[in-house]
Every structure is written in structure tokens, then in C-alpha cells.
Ligand binder design. Structure first.
Ligand code: SF4
Length: 235
């Protein structure tokens, strides 16, 4: 994959979906990490509710250090996997308190991308996707996180041939052109939620059909119901 392939793909996606809106202010990295943990394996509306519940009940993150995991689980239940997510959040908070004496990830602001990724993935329950979301949505770095939609669409289009999202992440980010990380990430998710669904993709009306090399393209078309709310731009 060449840098220019991503530029071309990004242009086609913008033609269809526009330039995605961003937060006017970027949240602090710990808030973003917690929001991203809550967003795992659920939809944006439910994770947004869970995030708001958590902020209402615990206005400062250090309050979570002395809270029982079961209590946190009750508050975030709407996001699903409550026990697992509550444990992961509490572990991060306790780790920060014990190792740095402060429940904050602000010390990451001065570090380069690689160092931030290494630090975050060393935490239990934090993978490459979650860590790269902190880089993009909080620290405003040029990076394209890869979730299941981004992985599926990039492999169908044929710019990547990778067996797992983390490999797709490496392939994209090695050649990502300057300044397009947020646009590409957001619009690939929109593509995956609308035209390029896991089954029965609407290839006939797809905005990137002319560059897509998917062998099982369909002749399906259909009306698209757009969902523009993106959790991580609203934390
Ligand atoms: S043409 Fe079909 S397979 Fe290719 S990206 Fe569009 S919807 Fe997906």
C-alpha cells in the first residue's frame, strides 16, 4: 500500500461522508482511555450513557480507587461486559495512584506515539485499538485506530491483506499521510456501518466501489440510514 492509495481512499470517503466533526476541546487522556474501554463491544449510544453515568457518580477519577468493582459495574452496566470493564478501569486507576501518586495520564502528553502505545498496552484490558484512540482523540496525533469496521473494509478494498486488526493497524499507520488520521478512521467506520456491513454489503451504491478489489462484490444497493454520533468525539 502506498501513501497515495490512502489519500485517494480518504478523498472518496470525504466526497460521500464529508469531513467528520471533531471535539472543540480534546479530553484528557485518562477520560479518553476510560471512555474507550467502555466502548468495547457495544454501540456508541450505550457506551455514552455508561460514560455519563460514571462521570455523574464519580466526578473525579481518583474516587474510583476506593470504590468496589461491583459498585462501578452497576453504574456502567448499560455498556455490557460490566464486570470486565469495571475491573479494567479500576486497575488503571489503582496503577496510576500506586505507581505515579496521581490518577492522571497527563504525563503521556510529551511522549512520542510509540512510547504512549507501549505504556498503554502494558495495562490490563488495554489493547492497541484503545491505546491508539487515546493518541488520536485526546492527544490529537495523526494516527488511524483500527476496529473491526476499519479492519474489514480495508481488507475488502484490498489495500491491506491482514489476518487481524493489529496487523491492519501497522500496515495503515506505516504510510498514513499527514493530517488524515481522524478523517480516515471515522469515515471507514461509517463505511463499515452503512455500505460495507459484515454480510450483504451494498456494493452497487458504495462510494469506493471503483477502487475496491473485493472478490465477492454484490449487486445490492439500498437506502443508507446514517448514524453520525461518534462516542469518542463526544467525551
Ligand atoms: S464495494 Fe462492497 S466490498 Fe467494497 S468497500 Fe464497498 S461495500 Fe465494501
Amino acid at each position: 500500500m502506498k501513501r497515495s492509495d490512502l489519500t485517494k481512499l480518504n478523498t472518496l470517503l470525504i466526497r460521500r461522508f464529508g469531513i467528520p466533526k471533531r471535539n472543540s476541546e480534546f479530553p484528557d487522556p485518562l477520560s479518553m482511555l476510560i471512555g474507550t474501554i467502555l466502548s468495547q463491544n457495544t454501540n456508541d449510544n450505550n457506551s455514552f450513557k455508561a460514560y455519563n453515568n460514571l462521570v455523574m457518580k464519580y466526578p473525579t477519577w481518583d474516587m474510583l480507587a476506593g470504590t468496589k468493582t461491583q459498585e462501578i459495574e452497576k453504574v456502567i452496566r448499560v455498556a455490557g461486559l460490566g464486570n470486565q470493564k469495571a475491573k479494567a478501569i479500576k486497575k488503571v486507576v489503582k496503577y496510576l495512584l500506586n505507581s505515579r501518586g496521581e490518577v492522571s495520564l497527563d504525563y503521556l502528553r510529551d511522549r512520542d506515539n510509540q512510547s504512549v502505545l507501549e505504556e498503554l498496552v502494558s495495562l490490563d484490558g488495554v489493547g492497541l485499538k484503545t491505546a491508539s484512540c487515546v493518541l488520536l482523540f485526546s492527544l490529537d496525533r495523526n494516527i488511524c485506530p483500527v476496529d473491526t469496521h476499519v479492519h474489514r473494509t480495508m481488507n475488502r478494498i484490498g489495500l491491506v491483506k491482514a489476518s487481524a486488526p493489529d496487523k491492519t493497524f501497522m500496515a495503515i499507520n506505516q504510510v498514513l499521510p499527514e493530517g488524515i488520521g481522524h478523517q480516515l478512521h471515522t469515515n471507514l467506520i461509517k463505511l463499515g456501518r452503512t455500505y460495507c456491513k459484515p454480510s450483504n454489503p451494498l456494493c452497487k451504491s458504495c462510494p469506493v466501489e471503483k477502487i475496491c478489489k473485493f472478490e465477492k462484490k454484490t449487486d445490492k444497493e439500498g437506502k443508507i440510514e446514517e448514524k453520525n454520533f461518534m462516542l469518542l468525539d463526544n467525551i
